[in-house]
Design a protein around this ligand. Sequence first.
Ligand code: PEP
Ligand code: MG
Length: 913
Amino acid sequence: MKKTSDTSKTKSSSQKTRYVYNFGQQTDGNASMRELLGGKGANLAEMAAIGLPVPPGFTVSTEVCSYFYANGRSYPKTLGKDVDAAIKAVEKQMQREFGGRDNPLLVSVRSGARDSMPGMMDTILNLGLNDKTVEGLASISDNPRFAWDCYRRFIQMYGDVVMGVQAANDESEDPFHALLDDMKKTLGKELDNELSAEELQELVTRYKALIAEQTGKSFPQDVYEQLWGAVGAVFGSWKNDRAILYRSQYGIPAEWGTAVNIQAMVFGNAGDDSGTGVAFTRDPASGEKVFYGEYLTNAQGEDVVAGVRTPKAIAAMAKELPKNFTDLEKVRARLEKHFKDMQDFEFTIENGRLFILQTRNGKRTGLAAIRIAVEMTQEKLIDKKAALLKIPAESVDSLLVPVFDLKAQKEAKLICKGLPAGPGAATGRIAFTAAQAEVQARKGNKVILCRSETSPDDLKGMLHSQGILTTRGGVSSHAALVARQLGKVCICGAGDITINYEKKTLTANGITLKEGDYISINGTTGLVYQGLIESADSEVKRVLEGTMKASDSYTYELFNTVMEWSDKYRKLRIRTNADTPAMAKTAVAYGAEGIGLCRTEHMFFEGSRIDDMRQMILAVDGVQRREALKKLLPMQRKDFVGLFKAMAGRPVTIRLLDPPLHEFLPQDDAVRRQLADKLGLPLEFVIDRIKALHEENPMLGCRGCRLGILYPEITEMQVQAIFEAAAQLLTAKTPVAVHPEIMIPLVGFKAELADQLNIVHRIADEVMKKKNVKIKYMVGTMVEVPRAAITADEIAEHAEFFSFGTNDLTQTTLGLSRDDMGLFYDEYQQKEIYSKNPFASLDKTGVGKLMQFAVTNGLKTRKDLKLGICGEHAGDPDSIDFCHKLGLHYVSCSPPRVPIARLAAAQAALRSK
Ligand code: PEP
Ligand code: MG
């Protein structure tokens, strides 16, 4: 259970709550303790326990974070003492003294949530340096340049993260960077590591002056004051804007909190036999089993991930630091074998000695997630079940998204090549800032965010972009990491490009493009093109449609493997929401086992049908309405024939007309006039009828079954069309099996359902008699208003099936219009009131309870009640998990989400075992 207050007060001292967990010679935690220690802390403990070279340290648990926020940003009373003891233990192992003048211990202070949130929270390195210890470090390392470099880095990070000395806005430069650049310029030096010890010392003086000037405070010299400042800042960063945005994107609960990891520093910037890097046990972009990553010699970790210096590929290390490379290969194999997943780990080499600073399951693209899971199963590292659970269900989408049309790509003007960091094809208008990307995207434009490098603050802009292009940084830079996770196309380190933020231009190889111009990026190859490139279907789609051979596509093979494994384990059936034969065919190719919702109203928008529909709506009595419906009948019949054929005997749920009728009527005067002319009606009459049909709140007005009750002739026509279509196919020369399921919308009273049922059975009997054929069919209802759920026992007296219409059920349960939440949604997200958008992912505790109630009580009345869901939630993995637990028989989602639903249903079944 989560503790939110200092329970140590109420416990005896022997039961005192433990807040601090060591790792190193003595290790208190392990990999299973992610909730308490965060992912980073738990894995550090695990690595230390299995004997990997981890610098010693300790983790302050996530419970302290909860306490911190519940108690006005203060700490449990016992924490201070525990931290002191833990520091002493690290001092002993390192044989260095925290704040000691001669042999100083330096530490890093890093966040670490249960699920990693790369770059979203704060980190501080080199903590423990002050005007005295810097001298000590200079003499023990015999390298004053290194000592002063560490000190200036520390002041820079601490000044930014703890003391708030930052760039004023998106377009202005970081003030510390500005001082550094200024100094390099004056001295005529190009790289940071060309500055001498004396010059760095001068830079330290300037940094300290900057802090004093901007904050009115001096940079703290007391190392414990430094430590607590950093711990507070890391806990504080759990609630910074980027972390909140990230959490809302990934549905991470605010209550989880972060842990803080304090670890002895080892130095990658101690000389040319030192270095630091980030490595992945497999390629996180393609999933290929190759050692992937990058490093820099004589540098600290931040240099690699911040994208300031473009690092070297890990393979280059085999020549430059061969012994370390062999050790690193061993670590790579060990980590995968132990954690049974692709690992993203950080390492540092200090004077020839290798240390591992952290490991975590690496973020990967959708394609990589699938490839890694499948190949690890083939390598017998994991079994099929574990493999399926490793793939985020949404990943499947990345195998289905369009790629560039090959011919169009060949003809396009190539600008340059960068590092392929997030595969796929993206075309859009250039935006140079995150804010501009957001503005453009809100206008409906596709955007490519182009930056020298990205920082975590760019997250919002990245979310709004089709793709991300950076001129600096490598494949593990922030841009690459985040893009991969978001499933965005990304190219990094396109060094030939120069971006001029002031002029808002991008130049490469003689081509200059402006903000708003089109650019295209291929994140699979790293190629950047001028202008817009047409896209083409994915390989998977081409194979499914028969325009490519399955044996020619490894991507298809991966897709098919995952789908076959999923089908083996899932209990839920997967249907689709489709209104046309083309949609139905695509869905079947993706694996749909039936139609769970055909919205018949969509069939009336096509071509001139809308006018016949309008004539029906404008009719003043049943006679006129029947006349108009007669014209619609053959069209509907033809539609149903097409749909039944495409589904070839699979069940097809057809919903009778649902939307408020005025949705079909023109708002525009000119169109109203045309309509009046076409129907031979006076314009005033048309206007008056439209006025008469006006509703203040149409979503809660004359729609759903109310339409069929008010105008029974509409229900009659639709049912006649369904049964005539079925009869036609059953009696055809080559008969086609049909299984219609007729669904009545927006029912709240059993009497409503009874009314419509009478019509359905009457017309069905008539058609069957006339055509002399027996048609097996079902009649059921949508459960999409709370009253239907609450009276499910009564409704089930008439309904053979329930299909949860969770779009309307969410709308009516929350009293929240599905079309109007834009006004306040951002604020709700910011305040973390909704953990997820309730129209995208089921509100399990509210709407979900109603569903549970309806299932339980519906089944009491009718044991064989068929249960499904056809709201948008049916394509959302988390909601699918819930539907599995409820015991529904099927989920029905849009055609492109069918593969995701197949995998999510298998995962739900595996998880609940
Ligand atoms: C629903 O309400 O969930 C549903 C599927 O119907 P519609 O979205 O057409 O209202
Ligand atoms: Mg509905």
